[in-house]
Ligand binder design. Structure first.
Ligand SMILES: [Zn+2]
Length: 474
């Protein structure tokens, strides 16, 4: 018999315009899907009942820009700039990562997301040092039980002057091997294959084109760090070149886009592509100009939200929403012609930002008909937040409460695809103690090799050096 779960007496924030919020409501799950939402539902026989008295019930978050493999190095570049991040994490530490390190980082990172109410992720997985790493990365994410897209990272990684792949074409072949091995079965895995292209201008254009083309050949979501480098280095620039080649459509998720202005976002909108912002890392690391919310919104492009990397920012989506709300308001209110001294309502509402973290994220990864809101027929990715907490009570507006006041520690229950993954504040089926011990070992190993690393000069120099080495190896 199909398993059923009834959530009752919760304050339901559906984010579905026809359902709205139910101050006191019930939600019935059958198997993987939500089948009913109403003020009151009688529990069918043999149904598990979750009493959500005092809880806010909301759709699981969708994180559209994340590098899960970095978890063992939490905070390692807390006081570094983007140049420091690039040279330390992307170049030096990553070249020392073993398959077990990317495995643990990805697994624990994904569990951290589930624990904090994020049920789907677009993992820009650029920890592919060798073919063994690609296997470890994808198996970790499959084992975590998170939904989303695992995007094969093409950026070459050099280990002691050598690469495990003889040519760039071999990396593309490896991506197809992974696709064949893990993503071809018809049993509906929660995870789909995607592609994360190498930052533009680190490789010759024809290789970048090949990378994007591989995603289109797989009919997969592809993602790219887009127009987000500081200074004069061309790294990450070149979006319009890809547009000119007809490579950008609804399958593109463009991260950061810090240099984009309204007319660039007009192109994004017309092509049906998507914008993933990570305001925390973008502002803190000094990625060019900060997140261009004003320009995106003027062009009618809705942002989605990503928590980027725990090496430099929090993985907590509630904290990330707060940053997005605060910064977008500052930018718009302080911008030309805002007249904010004379208007009463904010140009960006808490509900707007909550939608960026849920439905807009779902849209970015092509799953808006399946997740992102709570409605009958949708997959059951659901979060219960304990609002009987000192930082959340009393509730006046549940969305304002979630965006302004909540944190991951308030998450009581998380359901992914109809399955309870967290109950009464604890993940249900995972040996966390054991995993954290192994993660400590991974951290200790990585720190033990850190002494040999060079310091960064500047990003222009770094990018030139990378480009030269990677090109010669391609
Ligand atoms: Zn990133």
């Amino acid at each position: 018999m199909t398993e059923r779960t009834l959530i009752k007496n919760g304050w339901i924030v559906s984010m579905d315009p026809t359902i709205g919020d139910l101050r006191r409501g019930s939600l019935l799950i059958e198997g993987e899907r939500i089948v009913q939402i109403a003020a009151s539902i009688d529990a069918p026989e043999g149904c598990e009942v979750i009493d959500a008295e005092g809880m806010i019930v909301h759709p699981g978050f969708v994180d559209t820009h994340k590098h899960l493999w970095q978890t063992a190095l939490r905070g390692v570049v807390a006081d570094r700039t983007l140049v420091g991040y690039f040279s330390d994490v992307r170049r030096d530490y990553l070249s020392r990562y073993r398959p077990e390190d990317v495995y643990l980082g990805t697994l624990v990172g994904a569990l951290e997301l589930i624990d904090g109410g994020t049920t789907s992720v677009l993992d820009h997985s650029h920890g592919v040092v060798t073919p063994d790493h690609s296997v470890a990365l994808v198996e970790a994410e499959l084992n975590s039980g998170i939904r989303g897209v695992w995007a094969y990272g093409y950026c070459p990684v050099e280990v002691e002057g050598l690469q495990a792949f003889a040519s760039h074409a071999d990396r593309v072949k490896d991506a197809f091997r992974i696709k064949e091995r893990y993503f071809n079965s018809s049993d509906s895995s929660l995870l789909r294959m995607g592609v994360a292209i190498t930052e533009q201008n680190l490789l010759p254009l024809d290789l970048t084109v090949n990378e994007v083309q591989s995603a289109l050949d797989m009919d997969a979501v592809w993602t790219s760090h887009t127009h987000c480098g500081p200074g004069n280095a061309p790294i990450t620039r070149g979006f319009h070149t890809l547009v000119g080649k007809g490579l950008v459509d609804h399958r593109a998720v463009l991260s950061h886009c810090n240099e984009f202005r309204v007319d660039d976002f007009d192109v994004v909108r017309d092509l049906g592509a998507h914008f993933a912002s990570s305001p925390d890392s973008e502002i803190a690391l000094g990625i060019a100009q900060p997140t261009p919310y004003r320009d995106a919104l003027l062009a009618g492009v809705q942002p989605s939200l990503g928590t980027d990397c725990v090496t430099c920012m929090s993985g907590d989506m509630y904290a990330n929403m707060r940053m997005a709300l605060t910064f977008s308001r500052h930018q718009i209110n302080d911008g030309p012609g805002s007249n904010y001294e004379t208007i009463v309502d904010q140009p960006v509402s808490t509900r707007d930002v909550f939608r960026w973290a849920t439905l807009e994220g779902a849209r970015a990864i092509g799953l808006e008909s399946e997740i992102g809101t709570l409605a009958p027929g949708k997959l059951a990715d659901i979060v219960l937040v304990n609002a009987r907490s000192l930082n959340l009570a009393p509730v006046l507006d549940p969305v304002a409460d979630l965006v302004l006041h909540a944190h991951a520690g308030n998450v009581d229950t998380v359901i992914v695809n109809g399955k309870v993954r967290k109950r009464a504040g604890k993940l249900t089926d995972t040996q966390i103690g054991d995993l954290l011990g192994r993660l400590d070992d991974s951290r200790d190993y990585l720190l033990s090799v850190a002494g040999e690393m060079d310091d960064a000069a500047n990003l222009t120099h770094e990018a030139e050096e990378w480009s030269e080495r990677l090109t010669s190896l391609s």
